[in-house]
Design a protein around this ligand. Structure first.
Ligand code: G4P
Length: 528
């Protein structure tokens, strides 16, 4: 197969949702339809179970599982599908944000009863910032939930999306019978035990066909015809370009658990979802079909086996062909590296591969060379943009609890930060180190890993910080900036890249500072 056809047949995407909306179940059903697994229950949920927040072994076990499910690749209708797994737990939201830099599109799962939840809002906001094409899947239609039209309104309002339903439910909850497929203009009704047999469908090609009445009943048939008329009257028709530009979002309804609506989603997905997209680097935009290989690290996973300290760096291939045992330039270190056993991922297993194409993810064994955002190329100096840090929510001083092990402690902190476990800030005033995290859980993970992987001990001390704001002065030499640095010295720090950060102790103080120094911009993300 030609290089161009290999690119054309790849779809790399992520499924995002608020925990419990059904992300794992949907992933599993997609694999089932793709023939990658034979029975439901084969994919383990990698979410940290409720109430497990202080159980280290549980965290470690989950981390182990999540390596296996980091990328789930399978083929469907000759299309190579790469699903990038995103942790649902909110304490790992930063991981999810980073994974979104490696996807070409996303599917957002929403629970019909709960509607748009907090985590979904945040994730969709990040997708919108990057104009990532989005498909919405409204799940759990077998349960009583919100009215379909109300929910579509809610999705438009809360997520600031413009929707176009491509499937529509026939009834809901107890009365839920199936899905009208607006994309293919047919109906799949599940007869028999749908949980076991996904092929048990009846096809009706015309809504006015009277067999519909006998199949779903007079009342449901009338309602469906009215609702579809309404859908077609209210919502814009599907337009591929608008979807690809992130301006229009197709919506599907279904029940992942019961296989309703999943095949409709998958069939439509493979025909409309984007092939690997061009990516902006600081130097230029790189197209996937360029001859020369380039890619970037979006995730690093530590090996939890104490006998093997290596890590797995996940690279998204942006352009060209990645080949085993070939020297590539590690741009930040300006040195050539060869990889003898790059891993590719298939359903839930990984295998060594010789060649990978744009859109694919390869896992490279790493002994500490990589950090998140690093670029590999065939020689060109490229730095891919778009692996930003967001302001952490929690801040604590980290102290060395074993003075004889300070070297180990600093090495450990350095490597864990490169993996993206948390963010490190160094105070300008006294050089003290502050760890910022999205959730409290990370502090336990860091403490545990420092001890078990690096033989170092740490303790934490509370620090009252509301948000970290990256500082962008209009002019470093102007008086206003000098005064700001003098007055706020106590609150200033450097992030790991040496960028200046203002650690505001309250929302109020951040606002006051913004007002007092209008020429300085304060950003809640490291990329501006
Ligand atoms: P997540 O990855 O988004 O966190 O959600 P997950 O798939 O684990 O689903 C959360 C719960 O919702 C699971 O139940 C799952 O079985 C259920 N679920 C998923 N899809 C549907 C659906 O279409 N209809 C209904 N009624 N339920 C659905 P659980 O009891 O928390 O877990 P489990 O014991 O069933 O695994």
């Amino acid at each position: 197969m030609s290089f161009k056809s290999e690119i054309q047949r790849r779809r790399t995407f992520g499924i995002v949702s608020h925990p419990d909306a059904g992300k794992t179940t949907l992933t599993e059903k997609l694999l089932l339809f793709g023939g990658a697994i034979q029975e439901a229950g084969a994919v383990k949920s990698n979410k940290i179970k409720k109430g497990a927040t202080s159980d280290f072994m549980e965290i470690e076990r989950q981390r182990g599982i999540s390596v296996a499910t980091s990328v789930l690749a399978f083929e469907y209708k000759d299309i190579k599908i790469n699903i990038l797994d995103t942790p649902g737990h909110k304490d790992f939201a930063e991981d999810t944000f980073r994974t979104l830099t490696a996807v070409d599109s996303v599917i957002v799962v929403i629970d019909v009863a709960k509607g748009v939840e907090e985590q979904t809002e945040k994730l969709v906001q990040v997708c919108r910032m990057r104009n990532i094409p989005i498909i919405v899947f409204i799940n759990k239609m077998d349960r009583e939930g919100k009215d379909a039209f109300d929910l579509l309104d809610e999705v438009e309002q809360k997520l600031a999306l413009k929707v176009t339903p491509l499937s529509f439910p026939i009834g809901m909850g107890y009365d839920f019978q199936g899905i009208y497929n607006l994309w293919e203009r047919n109906i799949n009704l599940f007869t028999g035990d749908s949980k076991k047999n996904i092929d048990d469908t009846v096809e009706i090609s015309d809504l006015s066909d009277s067999t519909l009445n006998s199949l779903v009943g007079e009342k449901a048939a009338v309602t469906l015809r009215e609702e579809i008329e309404l859908v077609e009257g209210i919502y814009p028709g599907f337009d591929q370009d608008s979807y690809l530009n992130g301006e229009l979002q197709p919506v599907f309804f279904g029940s992942a658990l019961n296989n309703f609506g999943v095949k409709e989603l998958l069939d439509c997905f493979v025909s409309i979802a984007p092939t690997p997209r061009p990516k902006a680097s600081e130097e230029r935009i790189v197209a996937p079909d360029e001859d020369k290989f380039s890619g970037f690290v979006f995730k690093i996973h530590a090996n939890m086996d104490p006998k093997h300290r290596d890590r797995l760096a996940f690279i998204k291939i942006v352009s060209g062909t990645f080949k085993r045992n070939t020297a590539y330039l590690h741009v930040r270190h300006n040195k050539n590296l060869k990889f003898s056993s790059p891993n590719a991922f298939f359903a839930e297993k990984k295998e060594i591969v010789d060649t990978s194409y744009p859109g694919d993810i390869v896992g490279l064994h790493d002994t500490g060379n990589f950090k998140i955002g690093d670029t590999l190329t065939e020689g060109e100096i490229l730095n891919y943009k778009g692996v930003p840090s967001f302001s952490p929510e929690h801040f604590r001083y980290i102290n060395n609890a074993d003075p004889l092990k300070s070297k180990q402690l600093y090495k450990g902190i350095d490597q864990l930060m490169d993996e993206g476990v948390a963010q490190l800030f160094t105070l300008d005033l006294n050089g003290r180190k502050v760890i910022g995290t999205v959730g409290a859980l990370q502090y336990e993970v860091i403490q545990y890993r420092l001890e078990h992987e690096y033989g170092a001990k740490c303790s934490y001390e509370n620090l009252n910080v509301h948000k970290a704001a990256w500082v962008e002065p209009q002019d470093e030499k102007n008086e206003e900036f000098k005064e700001f640095k003098r007055v706020k010295q106590r609150f200033l720090a450097k992030d790991k890249q040496g960028q200046l950060v203002f650690l505001a102790d309250s929302k109020f103080s951040l606002q006051m500072t913004e007002q007092k120094y209008p020429s300085i911009k304060f950003h809640l993300t490291s990329e501006f």
